[in-house]
Design a protein around this ligand. Structure first.
Ligand code: F1P
Length: 656
């Protein structure tokens, strides 16, 4: 087996990897833990927010750490006193202390990547009878779509037939809007897979579930495991198998963990593979659109590009090749965050717009437009926003998207995504409270960009640009004076083959993803949507989010899981008397209703802390638009300084 050299780190940070210590939130899988780095992000200013996100993203590239693994004591947090969880959802306390957690550069991860690369090569040699399918839910599905369409374009440029297909839970409408209920259905997953691969003799199935948790993906993997003569299943996610979700899946006989364990067994004969390095908890707890999405892109692009290059050069892929591809992504992190101050200025602008009830619009070209659309679509489930608060648009609309179901515009305003749609239906209502961000490369149509930008400028001064340039290219003075600011990301010239240009395109996408994630996350932090590093006001729209909501309530109230779940149900059903009928129905009934409601978790928090009626809790929550302020009033987290205003508010309330 290839043993990678100890890597030279481009960046080092003090709090990195602390989540690996024994006992650190032992009840939770890595992807749901709260990251010690961003623990105080809700109180940070824009520059600090970007810095914390940078450190958090740097963990993706961190190696296995022997000093952490051999640490025997129980982890205790001294910096803050955010309550810890009591229930055990995942592994037992201390279990992590001697278990080496695989990381991106671990030898076993590279070995699995090599094995999968070989399977990809075999498929590429027989496009007529074989297919590579990428599948996921939410962000993972959007990335499956982006990767499959990009690699088909790569093949098209070589005059080859497409070899890739994608599946996203909820169908193409889920590329733009959140359809989280479909994620809970393993049968839907298997059915979608059967449809897409009809008639194929060999299928490499890549199922992405960052948390090793989505039933939709479990159903597909299980179907593959039962048909190994045709299918080679690959699971991509960011938890160890022993932390995969082990909850009963409604209407099914297996848990995700059982499927993952079966995959592990079959992996021994190299007919199934699991790619699951830990990349550390998310900057905003559980928000797998962030690091999970980025790491998915890094792993799959490196692996697929290496396979394509090996096929065209007729040479074997080596682990060193793979490592070299991945190391270039580490440079993307460096180049992107070297613009930290400019990113912070955009975060500040976004926060100001959101605080004034203004909107954020991303106007992108080609796949950078897709990155804008993806970031915007995630804000609805992540921050509970309306689709119109953060929106993305792309040149040529669906033609450029090249999605399977074609033009979806007729389904409603949230499906209007072309620049023409923006100019005709949105721009007339743009005001100075709104922020508009153009995203392009200097190879895009600069005259068109300038023309559009000048029209937007008449409506709002908050017009910014993210431009990707290649060394030696310069942003023209005309462009510079059109925008209030131009963030110019400079990339080295690519001298090498065809695949190299795709690598650069992918890296510009990742860079854009990091910047946009910072803008939308940072903007919402400044708007007061986050408490410590938790999104308290999450939409409880599927079973994973239901469990996360209960865990959040436990964390901040230290009450038992049963009591927390009862409070959550009272809030969802808006009743003080929970009937046994409600208590006993399936979680999907709760989440179907919860998805239509607002602020259910904050209301449950007030219920638990005030011991009041649901009506009172709801009116208290609704009285204050900023969720964090309300939560701060009711939760006196020791160690957290309270402002004079807050103390005053608390007093007022007690006198009410
Ligand atoms: C899939 C996903 C996330 C989304 C939300 C609900 O997660 O749709 O993309 O942000 O958390 O779940 P996973 O299956 O990739 O873990």
């Amino acid at each position: 087996m290839f043993v990678p050299q100890k890597q030279k780190h481009i960046m080092e940070t003090p709090d990195m990897g602390k989540w690996e210590l024994a006992g650190y939130e032992a009840a939770l899988p890595v992807t749901e833990k709260s990251n010690p780095i961003t623990r105080e992000i809700d109180k940070a200013d824009p520059v600090q927010i970007v810095h914390l996100l940078k450190e958090c993203d740097a963990e993706i590239f961190q190696e296995e750490d022997d000093t952490l693994v051999n640490y025997k004591g129980r982890y205790t947090e001294t910096r803050t006193s955010e309550p810890q969880l009591e229930v055990e959802i995942g592994q037992r306390e201390g279990e992590t202390s001697h278990r080496k957690v695989k990381r991106l550069y671990s030898a076993s991860v590279l070995q699995t990547m090599m094995d999968v690369t070989k399977k990809v090569e075999a498929i590429l040699k027989d496009p007529e009878h074989s297919l590579i399918i990428l599948s996921g839910c939410g962000t993972s599905g959007r990335l499956a779509f982006l990767l499959a369409t990009s690699f088909n374009k790569l093949l098209k440029g070589l005059h080859k037939n497409p070899s890739y297909a994608y599946i996203i839970a909820g169908g193409d409408k889920a590329i733009l809007t959140s359809q989280e209920a479909s994620e809970d259905n393993p049968h839907l997953g298997a059915e979608a897979l059967k449809r897409v691969c009809a008639g194929k003799k060999k299928v490499l199935f890549i199922g992405i579930s960052c948390g090793l948790s989505a039933p939709f993906i479990a159903g597909q993997l299980d179907f593959c495991l039962n048909n190994l003569d045709v299918f080679t299943p690959v699971l991509v996610g960011f938890n160890p198998v022993n932390m995969a979700r082990n909850e009963i899946i409604e209407g099914w006989h297996l848990t995700f963990r059982q499927v993952a364990e079966k995959m592990e067994e079959v992996q021994e004969t190299r007919r199934a593979f699991i790619l699951n390095p830990a990349v550390g908890p998310e900057g905003i707890s559980g928000s797998s659109r962030m690091k999970g999405g980025s790491a998915t892109k890094i792993i799959l692009e490196s692996l697929l590009l290496a396979a394509h290059k090996a096929t065209s050069n007729n040479k074997e892929v080596t682990a060193k090749n793979l490592l070299d591809w991945m190391k270039t992504y580490e440079k993307v992190h460096k180049i992107t965050y070297s613009q930290g101050k400019m990113i912070a200025a955009m975060v500040k602008q976004a926060g100001t717009s959101l605080e004034k009830m203004g909107r954020i619009y991303y106007i992108g070209w080609q796949t950078l437009g897709v990155m804008g659309i993806i970031d915007a679509s995630e804000c609805v489930p992540t921050f509970g926003t309306d689709f119109s608060d953060v929106r993305g648009f792309i040149n040529k609309g669906y033609k450029e998207m090249a999605n399977r179901e074609g033009d979806l515009t007729s389904r409603g305003p949230e499906f209007e995504i072309s620049h023409e749609d923006f100019m005709m239906n949105v721009l007339p209502d743009v005001t100075e409270n709104d922020t508009v961000v153009f995203i392009f490369t200097l190879d895009d149509d600069l005259l068109e960009i300038e023309k559009l930008a000048n029209q937007v400028k008449n409506k709002t001064p908050n017009l910014h640009a993210i431009s990707h340039v290649t060394t030696g290219q310069y942003v023209s003075a005309n462009i510079k004076k059109t925008f209030a600011s131009v963030m110019s990301m400079t990339w080295p010239i690519v001298f090498f083959e065809y695949e190299g240009f795709f690598l650069q395109k992918f890296q510009r996408e990742l860079s854009t993803k990091w910047i946009l994630n910072a803008i939308s996350t940072g903007g919402h932090i400044l708007k007061g949507k986050i408490y410590f590093n938790h999104m308290i006001d999450l939409k409880v729209s599927n079973s994973k989010l239901f469990r996360r909501a209960v865990a959040i309530l436990q964390r901040f109230t230290s009450r038992s899981p049963i009591i927390c779940q009862e409070a959550l149900l009272k809030s969802i059903y808006e009743t003080d008397d929970l009937s046994d009928e409600i208590r006993n129905v399936e979680i999907s009934t709760h989440t179907t209703l919860a998805a239509t409601k607002f602020k259910v978790v904050p209301t449950a928090l007030v219920l638990l802390t005030r011991n009041c009626s649901v009506a009172e809790a709801m009116s208290r929550i609704q009285a204050k638009p900023v969720v964090r302020e309300t939560i701060d009033r009711y939760l006196t987290a020791p160690g957290r300084k309270r402002t004079a205003d807050q103390i005053e508010m608390q007093r007022d309330e007690e006198n009410e």
